[in-house]
Structure formats: C-alpha cells, structure tokens
Write a protein that binds this ligand. Structure first.
Ligand code: AMP
Ligand code: MG
Length: 342
C-alpha cells in the first residue's frame, strides 16, 4: 500500500473529528473521510462540539451512501447493477436519478465533450484499476461504438442502457457529493462550511468572520499557481497532472476525448471552474478540458453562468472576467502571462 493510502485508511478507520473552542462563531469542527478514491476534509463553523460532530458524522454517512450508489467498480453499487443489466430497465434511487439527469444535460450542452458512456475506453487504458496500457487503435474503435450518451434512455426514474454500454460518473460524482453536503449543512442550520473533496472544494457562505474563503489553484508541478477568493461557490479542477502514466516518452492522462477514445492531448494543464453548483462545475471542468482553450472560451461566452481559470502547459493563465477581482497569481506563477476573457 502506498504511504498516503495507508495514512488515508487510518484516518477513515478512526473517522477523525476534531473541534476547537465550542460555541464561538468561529469555532470549527472537522472530519476526514476516505471516500470516492480521495481524502475528503469537511469543516463546519459556529457549532458547539456535540452538534458539530453529529453534523459531520451524518455528512460522512451521506458521502458513503453516495459512494455505495455511484461507484463504478463496487459490484453492489446501483451503477454497477445498471452497467450489468444486459439491456434491461433499472429503476433508480433519487440520488442516482438526480445526478444522471444533471449529467446527461451537461453531456448534451457540451456536445459530448463530457460523455458518461466513455467508461469502456477509460477502462481500456487502465485508469480504473491502475493497470495502465496503450490499447490498439482497432480495440478503441470497437469500444467507441458503445460510447454515445444520446442512446441512454431515462424515463420515469427508470434507466435503460443499450446492451454493452457502461456508464462512469467519475467526472461528476464528487461535485454532486459536494452539492449534497452543502444542502445537508444548510438544513442543519450551518451557515459557514468548507469541504475539500480531492480536486474539488465547495464552500457554504463566507468564513465565520465574513471574509471570503481563499482556495488555492494547484500548479501542475506542485505548489500553488494562484488563489481564488470565493463565497458560497464550488471550485473544481480537472488537471492532466492528477492521474496519468507515461510510456515510450508519451504521457497519457485520465481525461479521454470521447470522439477518439484517446487521452486528451492539448495545450491545457488544468481547468478550474468556479460555479454555484458542484455537479455543473465538475462536469464542466472535465468537458472544458476536452474542448481545449478555444472551445472552453467559446462555451463560456455562450453561457456565462460560471467562471474559469485555465493554466496552460507553457505557463500561461486564462481567466474569465468574473474572477478579475478575486483571483491572484501566486509564488512561481506570480509573473505568468494573464489573459482575461470578456
Ligand atoms: P474529472 O477528474 O472530474 O475531470 O473526471 C475525470 C474522470 O471522469 C476520469 O477519471 C474518468 O473516470 C472519467 N472521464 C474521463 N474522460 C471523460 C469524459 N470525456 N467524459 C466523462 N467522463 C470522463
Ligand atoms: Mg469533473
């Protein structure tokens, strides 16, 4: 087991919760949870110790519930059952239905740059197991005949997949989990909280002192490239550096172009989306990465209900105008060329 995995497993085992000074508005309670293949850190503010811990335990249970529905590898998950239904209709839980509905509308609006049926190709490259390999072009071509989100039938809460098609909600599940966590916190009367779910950060309200959260944009080479100041937003990054392998001098990343079945190879190092909805932010971070710089800019101009920070492989930064006053470059990236889209 890799050291960080072992560390994470220990954390999950103990479900660490820690609370600072009780009942003060800026008192914080925190829990770490290993789920969805990442370490999640949830922090709520302004709760006394008992309430804070109870809320966080419920939040951890909610994440586990979602994981048990949405995991593509867990043979007991609802998604696994749907993927192995042999073309038969499968009734869905409210969560899977809700996420699938949102995801399909994102597939359509991004014209298939996001395609949740790309799973057979993702698996062929070894990204689900870590047994990486470069598939033959003929193999990918055959697999691509099963990739087409428009053939997914979702009616009255029942999913029917064409035989052989398999779905992967990895591009949107953490964003959806973030949305559900913020919902749970709000229902419990929390007004200030932050959740870090791997490359996703989701915030509820502002910091307890009323100031914005400061969320770092990771630099591909490690460290930070910039800092975003946000209130009540999801900040979600898809990066080529997050999961990849190298073979014969080529780098293959975990984001697949559904049009070709090959890992995306463009000038982008990462796409960070700032949005109200975690699900939308997560789906768009993946889709805009596939679209590339020009495609991402064009999509943003056509929608404008979100913002982005793009880091390019050659050290450039592109942001949309909504972030002009809340994004600053950091450290080694302080003097990077910064373009603002309007
Ligand atoms: P993210 O980290 O949110 O960008 O999601 C990447 C994950 O989504 C990958 O690990 C795959 O499981 C899956 N995936 C990769 N490419 C796509 C794509 N074009 N559309 C939908 N899901 C994808
Ligand atoms: Mg995503």
């Amino acid at each position: 087991m890799k050291p960080h995995r072992f560390f994470a497993a220990c954390l999950a085992l103990f479900m660490l919760t820690a609370c600072a000074a009780p009942a003060e508005p800026d008192a914080s309670c925190q829990i770490e949870v290993l789920a969805m293949d990442t370490i999640m850190t949830l922090t709520v503010y302004g709760q006394n110790e008992r309430r804070g811990e109870a809320i966080l335990q419920d939040a951890a249970a909610r994440i586990r519930e979602l994981e048990s529905l949405l995991s593509v590898t867990d043979e007991n998950s609802e998604l696994y059952r749907a993927n192995h239904s042999g073309g038969m209709p499968v009734p869905l839980s409210d969560d899977t239905l809700g996420l699938l509905t949102e995801a399909l509308s994102l597939c359509a609006s991004t014209d298939g740059a996001l395609d949740i049926s790309v799973y057979p190709a993702v698996r062929a490259w070894g990204f689900t197991t870590g047994a990486y390999r470069v598939p033959e072009t003929a193999e990918l071509k055959k697999l691509l005949s099963q990739v087409d989100y428009t053939r997914i039938a979702l009616e009255n809460g029942v999913l029917t997949l064409p035989e052989g098609m398999e779905l992967d909600l990895g591009a949107v599940a953490k964003g959806y989990a973030g949305d559900r966590l913020m919902e749970l916190f709000k229902e419990r009367g929390v007004t200030s909280a932050i959740a870090s779910l791997g490359g996703n950060v989701q915030t509820l309200g502002a910091k307890p002192d009323g100031s914005p959260w400061r969320v770092a944009v990771q630099a591909p080479e490690g460290g930070y490239a910039g800092v975003l100041e946000v209130v009540g937003k999801a900040v979600i990054t898809s990066g080529g550096y997050q999961r990849y392998f190298e073979q014969d001098g080529n780098t293959y990343i975990h984001i697949i172009d559904p049009a070709t079945g090959y890992p995306v190879e463009n000038e982008l190092a990462s796409v960070t989306i700032v949005a109200d909805s975690g699900t939308r932010g997560d789906g768009l971070s993946t889709a805009l990465f596939v679209m590339g710089r020009e495609g991402a800019a064009e999509y943003w101009r056509g929608h404008r209900d979100f913002d982005f920070v793009i880091l390019t492989k050659n050290g450039g930064v592109v942001i949309t105008e909504g972030l002009e006053d809340c994004f600053s470059l950091y450290g080694e990236w302080e003097n990077a060329a910064l373009e603002v889209l309007r």
